[in-house]
Design a protein around this ligand. Sequence first.
Ligand SMILES: CC(C)(COP(=O)(O)OP(=O)(O)OC[C@H]1O[C@@H](n2cnc3c(N)ncnc32)[C@H](O)[C@@H]1OP(=O)(O)O)[C@@H](O)C(=O)NCCC(=O)NCCS
Length: 179
Amino acid sequence: MNRDDIANYFVVEKLRDRTATIRAIKPEDKGLLLEAFKGLETGSIYMRFFGPRKEPTERELANATEVDFIRHVALVVCVRENAGERIIGAGRYFVIEGPNPPSAAEIAFAVEEDYQGQGVASILFRHLLRVGREQGLSRFEADVLPGNRKMLRVFERAGLPVETKASSDSIHMTIFLNK
Ligand SMILES: CC(C)(COP(=O)(O)OP(=O)(O)OC[C@H]1O[C@@H](n2cnc3c(N)ncnc32)[C@H](O)[C@@H]1OP(=O)(O)O)[C@@H](O)C(=O)NCCC(=O)NCCS
């Protein structure tokens, strides 16, 4: 999978009672991403950003949607709603060692509340793993708040070797991809 393949990533998956598409984020997604952010509850925002967060600015939306698919890879999960598309989840990673060759990346996710508990994050993680492996990554790193059992379980359920290091305010997870 080269950069263009990743930038055009598109897969259809089945959720509990509907289908969803897992696709590469694109610059035209700013409006949909803003709507998705507005749909997140305070608790989810806190878990994702480690604190309160105001609505993203134009620049933040540009950073989140205009990604290079080399150092920064972002996938979204979308469903059809009212004749349009809705982003119900987003996952991204930033290469922190590399990119020549890329070896480790920091990963994070968020799923809209009304779609949580249906495997959306697990599906996203599976696709990010696939892309990360294709890029040659050997590790994902994630910082998770200690109370965020849902996220910890998503990583654990993937069945990959995981190393955790707890500090006073977060759990640092290293997930090894070479299995
Ligand atoms: C953490 C978070 C991403 C998890 O998203 P999610 O889509 O609910 O996660 P999943 O659906 O994959 O897994 C959650 C549950 O769904 C269940 N599930 C239902 N259907 C499933 C399926 N088809 N496949 C896998 N799991 C499924 C799982 O068993 C799991 O239950 P458990 O937690 O009791 O073991 C989401 O809660 C979130 O966005 N939180 C706020 C942001 C955040 O914390 N980000 C993390 C920073 S890195």
